[in-house]
Design a protein. Structure first.
Length: 256
């Protein structure tokens, strides 16, 4: 079943960036934080893709403090709790067998809201496969059956359908949002589609665990340190092994 890997987290963070006070992001800007302003005087409303309103609304249920220090820092453990419980779990992505499919749907949930994914999948399955699936459970089952036969094809069709959906998005005044954000949205979708395709038929993530757990930071830091210093660690291992062998030989001679 699908898991949230470090590769996916890094990809999301790459596209999200840090603090945002963009007034053109009208939905987020309508609920600004009391946690400071940018150089133009616009209040911050989003950090690492998490809006202040979402950050505040989930604090009690997820067990973190909804203060400005936490919002401005947006620690990994808080970010992952929000992502997992706010956008991954509501659309049952733990039940999806394809990591690539789960990642594209999670990004849809993240960008538009979990409530928009079931109607999207209902139309997607009907249009592309003539499958009727009105609820999330039946949609996940249908996707699993389809990916068992043609995982890469399903991923590409979801990506194409998502791009078509993005092109129709408008603000409250009826202006095209794609005209403003289309280049960034397209680059993000293409990047995540490439990541999804690279995982076809396998789990290619470094962290095969539920990253909503409190153990994430320790595991992630250990992984990153090992990846960065693997040569030094390997040499230490060789040195320790050599010393052990030498001591065994020495004491065997002493006994004789």
């Amino acid at each position: 079943m699908a898991v949230i890997t470090q590769q996916y987290i890094d990809a999301i963070h790459q596209y999200e960036g840090g603090l945002s006070a963009d007034p053109k992001d009208t939905a987020a800007a309508a609920h600004p934080s009391p946690c400071g302003k940018d150089s133009k005087g616009n209040p911050y409303h989003t950090n690492k893709g998490v809006t202040y309103s979402t950050f505040k609304s989930l604090a009690s249920s997820l067990g973190y403090t909804a203060d400005c220090a936490t919002f401005l820092a947006m620690p990994d453990d808080v970010w992952i709790k929000i992502f997992k419980h706010g956008y991954w779990n509501p659309i049952q992505l733990d039940g999806v067998k394809s990591n690539g499919v789960a990642y594209l749907l999670a990004d849809f949930s993240w960008g538009s809201g979990a409530g928009y994914v079931p109607p999207f999948l209902k139309k997607f399955l009907s249009t592309n496969y003539n499958i009727t699936a009105a609820d999330t459970t039946s949609q996940i089952k249908a996707l699993n059956n389809l990916t068992a036969k043609d995982e890469q094809g399903v991923i590409q069709k979801i990506s194409d359908a998502r791009l078509s959906s993005l092109k129709t998005m408008k603000d409250k005044k009826g202006n095209s949002l794609f005209a403003t954000y289309g280049t960034g949205w397209t680059n993000r979708l293409n990047g995540l589609t490439d990541l999804a395709t690279s995982m076809v038929g396998k789990i290619k993530g470094e962290l095969k665990q539920d990253l909503s757990s409190g153990a994430y930071n320790a595991v992630a830091k250990t992984y990153r340190f090992t990846k960065q210093h693997w040569i030094g660690i390997s040499l230490i291992g060789v040195a320790v092994t050599g010393l052990t062998v030498a001591l065994v030989i020495y004491f065997s001679k002493v006994k004789k």
